[in-house]
Design a protein around this ligand. Structure first.
Ligand code: KIV
Length: 261
């Protein structure tokens, strides 16, 4: 069965946790779907895990289009979300629309962009491009944050994030991605909006979870973040590892307290 934004919304309403993973190529699209992954995120994390760069910042539109096409070529059932790379949407809503449209023509069903860019979210969603708004730790803002740090730790920041989540929903966002924020705050945000929230390092109360594929397979040579679980430990195959991830997300076993801020 082909998953649509509507089916993903229903999963939140029915309390069925959504399992998402990043995916950058055709072979993994087939494998992840066979294991029951609901959302394939063509993430700009490909800059780090595929290209060996230090951050996601150098990833280009051409590279995102290429990887989105690779994933879409063999995907049959999952919802494909593609990241808008740094510089492709921040300048103005018209440019964001042109680039978002390229990702949709390449096979994505929705785009993800970082930040509380209400006007851009509204512009895209009113013109047929569903948007997932990524808030909390935003890797494209690493130079502003001064590192990959947990966000929303103090009262003012957590109030701001709660306000952003609700304003993004009002602006037309179809989904929120919450990265590296305390589990309690992610729970409050998830309860305060009707759209699904997908967490990475945001605790188990989100409507769904996502991990970078190469992190959960334990093949990324960088330092492992607290919120990552290596599912290859004790697994007989990649398929076995991914099936365990999906099962643990569905049962609310992952993320555990040890993966939560
Ligand atoms: O690009 C990516 O992998 C992401 C993660 C935070 C899931 O956006």
């Amino acid at each position: 069965m082909m998953l649509t934004l509507d089916s993903i919304r229903k999963m939140k309403q029915e309390g069925l946790p959504i399992a998402a993973l990043t995916c950058y190529d055709s072979s993994f699209a087939v494998l992840l779907e066979a294991c029951g992954v609901d959302i394939l995120l063509v993430g700009d994390s490909l800059g780090m895990v595929i290209q060996g760069r230090q951050s996601t910042l150098p990833v280009s539109m051409e590279e995102m289009v290429y990887h989105t096409k690779c994933v879409a070529q063999s995907s049959k059932s999952a919802l494909i979300m593609a990241d808008m790379p740094f510089g492709s949407y921040q300048e103005n809503a018209e440019k964001a629309f042109a680039n978002g449209a390229r990702l949709l023509s390449s096979g994505a069903h929705m785009v993800k962009l970082e930040g509380a860019l209400y006007d851009t979210v509204r512009f895209l969603s009113e013109r047929g491009i569903p948007v997932c708004a990524h808030i909390g730790l935003m890797p494209q803002s690493v130079n502003i944050f001064g590192g990959y740090r947990v966000q929303g730790r103090n009262e003012a920041d957590s109030r701001r994030l709660l306000g952003e989540a609700s304003a993004l929903e009002q602006a037309g966002a179809s989904m929120l991605l919450l990265e590296a924020i305390p589990g309690e705050l992610a729970c409050e945000i998830t309860e305060s909006v009707s759209i699904p929230t997908i967490g990475i390092g945001a605790g188990k109360a989100c409507s769904g979870q996502v991990l970078v594929l190469y992190d959960m397979l334990g093949i990324y040579p960088g330092k492992q973040a607290k919120f990552v679980k290596n599912y290859m430990k004790g697994a007989g195959s990649i398929e076995d590892a991914v099936r365990r991830y999906v099962d643990e997300v569905r049962r609310g076993v992952f993320p555990g307290p040890e993966h939560t801020f």
